[in-house]
Ligand binder design. Structure first.
Ligand SMILES: Cc1cc2nc3c(=O)[nH]c(=O)nc-3n(C[C@H](O)[C@H](O)[C@H](O)COP(=O)(O)O)c2cc1C
Length: 333
């Protein structure tokens, strides 16, 4: 299963292994352009036979960066570097996606930060400005422009980052969205819904959304709420939900191998939508179990792929599968 192809729309990934989006804070200037370092980092995982490389959270506005070293997609000047990246990864036989992101109240860049409501993340962070209707419209447009640039740069997949307490997640959760207008209360899903619509106007390829399926707070959301959100995403044409959890508010999370898989499984079963599982999945047998039991459709691997860019080869060896050598031919692969 782990090494069987998977097709979404017109794109077929050669296996079910996805490099989970991971910010590397590696831009050497503050303009968000791709650096040679990114080319080496991602292309190495493509040589390592990852099926789909998901590029890290990439900011749709300068103000939406987690840090000043984040990758950006807020300007047409970003397209060339991103196109070099997609070309290199394609040459090595992998698919490549990009995670479009806005950090909201968790942005650490200088200047004003924005959020649905003026509540800081914790006592160390600044109080964000409550977004006006105009801010909301501009941000939705920034996601659309980001999607257009991603298409021009040759990406195969777009993932909207709606997890980990960043801007979209802040709209979804009642802990961070105290608005009384049409984006609050019962309508906390509206902001994400309008972003999905805007992205789909310019993008008809595979569309993923990453969610945090649990707020780990007594007044926050749980996977039950996310099943309802997932049904709406599916109805809007989202192809796969990448299921993570937490970080809307500071919380202590009991993380153990595969701890988020039950969320991916529940959403897959109850919303009838493909899911990706992520979180301390480090062994091929664990990945096979998840896929064979229909708990998720794709396996997102994070830190294990930082430690071992050739993890798919390790996994294939464990499963007794021989992989085609990367090109040009690698002796002893
Ligand atoms: C250094 C680092 C950077 C990360 N950056 C992102 C990111 O840009 N977007 C995102 O959705 N998750 C991000 N994550 C979370 C990972 O994608 C993944 O969900 C998490 O590490 C759990 O998977 P793992 O146990 O396989 O590492 C990051 C994690 C790490 C360790």
């Amino acid at each position: 299963m782990l090494f069987s192809p998977y097709t979404i729309r017109d794109v077929t990934f050669k296996n079910r292994i996805v490099m989970s989006p991971m910010c590397m804070y590696a831009c050497d200037r503050e303009d968000g352009t791709v650096h040679n370092w990114h080319l080496i980092h991602y292309a190495t995982r493509a040589v390592g036979q990852v099926g789909l490389i998901m590029v890290e959270a990439t900011a749709v506005t300068p103000q939406g960066r987690i840090s000043s070293r984040d990758l950006g997609i807020w300007d047409d000047n970003h397209i060339d570097g991103l196109r070099t990246l997609t070309t290199l990864v394609h040459e090595q036989g992998a698919n490549i996606g990009i995670q479009l992101a806005h950090a909201g109240r968790k942005a650490t860049v200088s200047g004003e930060i924005i959020a649905p409501s003026p509540i800081p993340f914790d006592e160390t962070m600044r109080t964000p400005k409550e977004m006006t209707k105009e801010d909301i419209e501009e941000t939705i447009d920034a996601f659309q422009q980001g999607a257009r640039r991603a298409k021009e740069a040759g990406f195969d997949v777009i993932e909207i980052h709606a997890a980990h307490g960043y801007l979209i997640n802040e709209f979804l959760s009642p802990l961070t969205n105290k608005r009384t207008d049409e984006y609050g209360g019962e309508n906390r899903y509206r902001f994400l819904s309008e972003i999905i619509e805007a992205v789909k106007e310019v993008w008809n390829g595979p569309l993923f959304v990453r969610i945090s399926a649990h707020d780990y707070h007594p007044d926050g959301l749980t996977v039950k709420d996310y099943v309802e959100y997932a049904k709406q995403m599916k109805a809007q044409g989202v192809d796969l939900i990448d299921v993570s959890s937490g970080a809307v508010v500071p919380a202590k999370i009991d993380a153990y191998p595969g701890y988020q898989v039950p969320f991916a499984e529940t959403i897959r079963r109850e919303a009838s939508v493909p899911t990706g599982a992520v979180g301390l999945i480090t062994s091929s047998l664990q990945a096979e179990e998840i896929l064979r039991n229909g708990r998720a459709d794709l396996i997102f691997i994070g830190r294990e792929l930082l430690r071992n860019p050739y993890w798919p080869k390790t996994a294939a060896n464990e499963l007794g599968i021989s992989l085609e050598a990367p090109k040009p031919y690698v002796r002893g692969w």
